[in-house]
Design a protein around this ligand. Structure first.
Ligand SMILES: Nc1ncnc2c1ncn2[C@@H]1O[C@H](COP(=O)(O)OP(=O)(O)OP(=O)(O)O)[C@@H](O)[C@H]1O
Ligand SMILES: [Mg+2]
Length: 396
């Protein structure tokens, strides 16, 4: 089974790209499910078919589904939530606040991913394509399996196999065996989920961008965080590319020229990931026929179900008090390296090659000390964080 997740800023074309990939995959003979986890569903519009909480068949090998995350949470974790809110109330938390706090951060996201995973397995699909919410939320979703487990363990004072301090309360509220089983199930599910999500043979993350400044920035940030948490990114879809050769009139030519500069930036930033250009259509896109056209134009003779890139795009290692960031840049010629750091942005130049990137917080607060380009890999060394000493008042 393959799992492909599309990420990108709001409105860049995630739903369209996910649906187009699904149509293409089905045409290539894969049993395909395209599923939306965004609460603001628009997958049904793109596919031009009503979708429900269970997979609906749209063509020979294509199914579509819109997960109702809130329903899922209620159905499967309602009991757990009741238990938590009662526990909090007994500790003196106000009723409404207890209800709110009983929603473990990330519970919804975890539940929707668990659901997709189960469906993929039970429905015997070759590939599941996920149309996710805009980047910020999706990144949060992806870091949740860990956070969730950490949080749950603390709130419940719970370790696998025991229900320590919570036991008397659990007994009072629900049959202990039930709660125990729920927690066991949750813990196992979350663990397996994380394994699936970081397995590069199973999961692939693809960034959708437009040739626009802010959109590219957000995708860079996403790439940094995905790499940091070990989620395998295998490509970038550059959507809404104007055909430069057929741009007519001063306005369109200027637009195409600006896009060309951003396209170059996308190539500089995301190399060595494959980048697929998807043309800008001068009309609304919906229905299987349109999506087939988009899928073909984007992927051409590439099989989008296959893993398109293997290996890391950036890696952060610890060396005593210092950190080393490694960037494989296989297509870059050897040259003089120069580097400037401003806040969480790092600008690198090697000969004619330029890259600017967004650093994770742990590196943003450290000075970039040295950069060496060797054997197709750039290594940047970050020193210990700069400490500003408090000014002491002179005592006389
Ligand atoms: N290459 C394209 N050419 C023309 N129109 C496009 C293209 N890609 C997307 N669109 C249109 O742009 C709109 C937004 O696209 P889409 O819904 O796929 O974006 P999204 O990233 O999923 O948005 P959201 O973040 O709101 O979920 C849709 O009306 C879609 O038909
Ligand atoms: Mg969408």
């Amino acid at each position: 089974m393959r799992l492909i997740l599309y990420l990108g800023k709001g409105g860049v074309g995630k739903t369209t790209t996910a649906a187009a990939t699904a149509v293409r995959a089905a045409e290539l003979g894969y049993r395909t499910l395209v599923v939306s986890t965004d609460v603001a569903h628009s997958l049904a519009d793109a596919l031009d078919s009503p979708l429900g909480a269970l997979p609906s068949q749209l063509s020979d090998r294509l199914w579509g589904q819109e997960v109702n995350v809130l329903d899922e949470v209620r159905q499967h974790w309602g009991q757990l939530r009741n238990y938590l809110s009662t526990l909090l109330r007994r500790r003196g938390v106000d009723e409404v606040a207890a209800e709110e706090l009983a929603i473990i951060p990330g519970m919804e996201e975890v539940v929707s991913l668990l659901h997709i995973r189960r469906q993929a397995r039970d429905g015997n699909f070759d590939v599941v394509i996920v149309d996710a919410a805009p980047t910020g939320e999706t990144i949060r979703l992806l870091t949740m399996p860990e956070t969730f487990q950490w949080y749950a363990a603390r709130v419940m004072d719970w370790e696998p196999g025991t229900l320590k301090a919570a036991r008397p309360l659990v007994k009072a509220l629900v049959p202990a065996a039930d709660m125990f089983a729920t927690l066991e199930r949750l813990s196992k599910g979350v663990e397996a989920l994380r394994e699936t999500l970081i397995d590069p043979e199973v999961s692939s993350y693809r960034l959708v961008v437009n040739p626009e400044r802010m959109v590219i920035k957000e995708a860079q940030r996403a790439a940094t965080y995905l790499a940091l948490f070990g989620y395998p990114v295998d490509g970038v879809v550059l959507n809404r590319v104007l055909p430069i050769e057929s741009a007519e009139g001063a306005f369109m030519q200027e637009m195409a020229r600006i896009q060309q500069a951003y396209r170059q930036q996308v190539y500089d930033i995301f190399t060595p990931l494959p980048i697929w250009d998807s043309p800008y259509y001068a009309r609304d896109l919906h229905g299987l026929e349109d999506l087939s056209m988009v899928g073909n134009a984007t992927f051409k003779d590439v099989d989008p179900v296959k893993v398109q890139f293997k290996g890391t795009t950036q890696e952060i290692l610890r060396d005593g008090e210092e950190y080393i960031m490694r960037l494989p840049l296989p297509h870059v010629e050897i040259g003089k390296v120069s580097m400037t750091k401003r806040g969480d942005e790092l600008f690198i130049e090697i000969g004619n090659f330029r890259r600017d990137m967004i650093l994770p917080m742990a590196l943003a607060e450290r000075p970039a000390q040295r950069a060496v380009f060797r054997g197709g890999v750039l290594e940047v060394r970050f020193g210990p964080p700069e400490v500003t000493l408090p000014v002491e008042e002179a005592t006389t």
